[in-house]
Design a binder for this molecule. Structure first.
Ligand code: MG
Length: 388
């Protein structure tokens, strides 16, 4: 068995929305297709994946470095001992040949997309959904197939725009969500507090509402906000300062009683380990949001979980960033706390296929082979395009 072709396509993200730091309108995502020499129903079996939402495609890194290494590898060196499946850890090792440690950046997302396509391919070779392949690989029970999901959004609206934050959350509530996340830090504190109260009028209580500062605050602002929002007893206070400022995270964790969440912009096991060691994250309370597609794929993500558990954390404290099908299968397969959803935005990648059961703030993957990307109507045109 061997790889016959690997393709990559840079796909624009439809997301004309803004958080406290970036506009998503210019963002792109790398879609990867790994073509095998296994033929089923007259067609080669193809593994598809993408990195994640909220950054940029990595076509240059993929074309110039990662894909040539994999295509030049001895085919058997990328297989497991049985020779019937690709070995994701070996693929990761081959992709990283001649790369120095540290400075992970866009390389981690480029390799993440490729490594995840291997999981889609392996699941299709076994003719099963990816969550089942993942659970078996890591010795997890595959019984619980539904995970907690919340609607992430809560953007800023200009007065007179004809839409408010409350309108946005009511739309999510009508779709079956009862937990929500909103942006903060893009307006003065007094205005953000009014927005939080508007959101709470839909969410019902603080336990159903999280706030996300997108890494914007310095320590002083972080602590002012912490004191102001503490009485709301929110579900969590997310990405408060710079993602690599573990000291700031620790200061807030020591001053703020409620849960805090971070990790979506940490792209390696050593970065996540620094958060666990130096960020004062609290076992049983705080939330880790590392995203396999941005951090070398599932093999590395599973190593992060092992590391977190060694530090006394529970994997149910993990809610990967990126509301899409790949992270849904990962959350189910690895028994994580849950995942997020961005209803209606970040197409074609955001959200779930119609065949996934979504309701009562839970979501369940379908039984389609692999990650089931082919079932998602918005993705089908780009899956066709990458194979044309
Ligand atoms: Mg976030």
């Amino acid at each position: 068995m061997r790889i016959t072709d690997i393709r990559e396509l840079s796909v624009p993200l439809e997301g004309n929305v803004t958080n406290a730091v970036v506009s998503f309108a210019e963002h792109t995502v790398s879609l990867v297709a790994i073509v095998s020499d296994v033929v089923r129903h007259g067609k080669p079996v193809v593994g598809y994946a993408f990195d994640s939402i909220g950054r940029y495609a990595q076509g240059g890194i993929l074309r110039e470095r990662i894909l040539p290494r994999l295509m030049k590898a001895v085919p058997e060196s990328l297989l497991d001992a049985s020779g019937t499946r690709f070995d994701a850890a070996r693929v990761l090792q081959c992709a990283m040949r001649n790369e120095k440690p540290g400075g992970h950046g866009d390389r981690a997302a480029a390799i993440g997309a490729v490594e995840l396509a291997i999981w889609d391919l392996n699941a299709k070779l076994a003719d099963e959904p990816a969550y089942a392949t993942i659970a078996r690989e890591y010795g997890r029970p595959a019984a619980k197939r539904t995970v907690d999901v919340y609607a992430a959004g809560g953007y800023y609206y200009e007065p007179g725009q004809g839409k408010t934050l409350g309108d946005e959350f009511r739309t999510y509530r009508d779709l079956g969500f009862s937990a929500f996340k909103m942006k903060i830090g893009g307006a003065p504190l007094a205005e953000d507090l009014k927005r939080i109260e508007e959101a709470l009028s839909v969410a019902g209580s603080g336990s159903h509402l999280s706030v996300d500062a997108n890494g914007r605050f310095d320590l002083e602002t972080a602590l002012v906000y912490a004191k102001a929002i503490e009485p709301y007893q929110l579900r969590w206070y997310e990405e408060i300062g710079d993602p690599l400022d573990y000291w700031l995270n620790a200061q807030v964790a020591q001053a703020y009683a409620g849960p805090i969440a971070t990790g979506e912009n940490l792209f390696s096991v050593p970065d996540a380990q620094n958060l666990a060691r130096f960020g004062s994250m609290r076992p049983g309370r705080d939330i880790f949001q590392m995203d396999a597609g941005l951090s070398y794929g599932l093999t590395a993500y599973a190593r992060m979980l092992t590391m977190l558990e060694a530090h006394g954390f529970d994997r149910r404290q993990c809610y990967p960033h990126g509301g899409h099908l790949i992270n849904l299968h990962i959350a189910v397969g690895l028994g994580l706390g849950g995942c997020e959803a961005y209803p209606g935005v970040f197409q074609p990648f955001g959200g779930y296929a119609a065949q996934c059961a979504l309701g009562a703030s839970t979501v369940r993957p379908s039984e389609a082979p692999g990650f089931g990307l082919e079932q998602k109507a918005e993705l089908r045109p780009v899956l066709t395009q990458i194979m044309a």
